[in-house]
Design a protein around this ligand. Structure first.
Ligand code: MBD
Ligand code: FE
Length: 286
């Protein structure tokens, strides 16, 4: 039993409901530009993945019962809408590593399944939309966006989204206002921004869906450490997708999504009314 097992306020926050939302979101936002992969490339990658599967079957003498369990489980990943969750938790971190290894600017990390574009725009200094009684410690984050040559990036966009103090994301869990804890900010003439929000809670993968059944069957834990998601963009620069983490979280060292990096650790200071934190971004020219 951990401190987080009580984070269960939303009885109807089922895997199937949030999975269906994540699947629909993926289909509507992320399917541009995936056509046109040459057959040689498809064949090479499909062959290597299948070879790896065949190798594991031979090495471990996989039985028909195990093969049928795999088939049933793969069917249920789709039925539960959990392909976005499964891939982003167990695969995306390596895609992100390969995609960004040339960068000199800020480290990034995975996007995960819960981004929504077109969040309300709050200027260079403002609060993310939140409920009147939004639970959680208030957090004021100031920062600056520069290019790798040190020049300020005015008019850069900083999009922020994160879970609430119960670990739930708006648009993917029920009974939360649509844009709760989601906003876009625009840097001022010196590249600066100030964002007021609340501290998110650690996130637990839904336990009642296919991913939760894999975690239980393997004896793993289902936690991600608390994190703030961000996308930072500016004309002529590469889009930076990142997450920021809080020191002391019990899952910083064993994030189920393997997405924590030391460069993404915040250093919050507690004040009388809130916590304050400074975190800047450096973008690579495109
Ligand atoms: C999350 O909140 C998340 O950020 C990732 C990467 C996967 C599942 C849930
Ligand atoms: Fe997340």
């Amino acid at each position: 039993m951990t401190q987080h097992d009580t984070a269960n306020a939303h009885d109807t926050a089922t895997a199937a409901a949030s999975g269906a939302n994540a699947t629909e979101r993926f289909k509507s936002d992320k399917l541009d530009g995936v056509a046109g992969t040459p057959p040689e490339r498809v064949s090479l990658l499909a062959r290597e993945v299948l070879d790896a599967v065949h190798g594991a079957i031979r090495r471990h003498k996989v039985t028909y019962d195990e093969y049928n369990a795999l088939k049933a489980w793969l069917i249920s990943v789709g039925e539960d809408g959990e392909w976005p969750l499964f891939l982003d938790v167990w695969v995306e971190h390596v895609v992100e590593e390969v995609a960004t290894e040339h960068r000199e600017g800020n480290k990034g990390t995975i996007e995960g399944p819960y981004y929504a574009p077109h969040a309300p725009e709050q200027g260079s200094d403002g609060a993310v939309p939140m409920r009147d009684d939004e639970p959680g410690t208030p957090l004021t984050w100031t920062g600056r966006v520069t290019s790798t040559d040190g020049s300020a990036l005015a008019g850069a966009t900083v999009e922020v989204w994160h879970a609430d103090a119960d670990g739930y994301y708006s648009q993917f869990a029920p009974d939360i206002p649509e844009w709760n804890l989601r906003a876009g900010f625009t840097t001022d003439t010196e590249g600066r921004f100030r964002i007021r929000t609340v501290r998110p809670a650690p996130y637990r993968i839904p336990t009642d869906g296919a991913c939760g059944r894999l975690i239980a069957a393997a004896g793993w834990h289902a936690w991600r450490p608390a994190h703030l998601h961000v996308k930072v963009s500016a004309p002529g620069h590469e889009l930076l997708t990142a997450q920021l983490y809080f020191p002391g979280d019990e899952h910083n060292d064993d994030d189920i999504a393997s997405a924590v990096k030391p460069e993404l650790m915040l250093d919050p200071k507690s004040g009388p009314d809130d916590e304050t934190v400074r975190y800047d971004f450096v973008l690579d020219p495109a």
